[in-house]
Design a protein around this ligand. Sequence first.
Ligand code: HEC
Length: 147
Amino acid sequence: MNLSQPSSARCRILATRWLGIRNLPIGIALFTISLAISGCEREATPSAPAGLLASSEAQQAGAAIFAANCAICHGARADGNGQRREGMNPLPANLTAPPWSETASAGQTFLVIRKGVPRTAMPRWSMFSDQQIWQLVAYITSLGKRT
Ligand code: HEC
């Protein structure tokens, strides 16, 4: 896991800087050039600590964090029906549907929670530790299997 290393922070800054500009083709060109100059590598998708996703303690801890922070939008059952969803475009994701319930996408789910989804209501959760985010992922990936 190297999410907090300076090189990946720098890569993120480059992406925001160049991919956010109005002329997208030029943005992509400048981004590619700046990546080459900076030596940034594409950020690797992290993998979950061994055994964590299947651990019922981790799933329960994740469920508690979810109830306190995520249910307002994603709903108490994580099906996307939170009280706050009214008027959101896109609507909060239904996390009980694949691919969120598949273990294979656990690393991507981790990154989505850590970084949020730009230009949507999905915030980035920078205050959570890696462990707390993996607990959330354990909860989310367990959902499809329970139903
Ligand atoms: C303020 C509302 C809001 C809160 C709070 C929120 N989300 Fe989201 N979330 C969204 C929206 C809106 C989307 C849909 C984004 C999209 O469709 O691209 C989303 C999408 C997601 C996705 C799927 C992303 C994708 O690419 O489809 C995951 C996973 C997720 N949220 C997890 C969480 C977790 C875990 C929490 C709590 C720590 C949380 N969300 C809190 C609004 C919220």
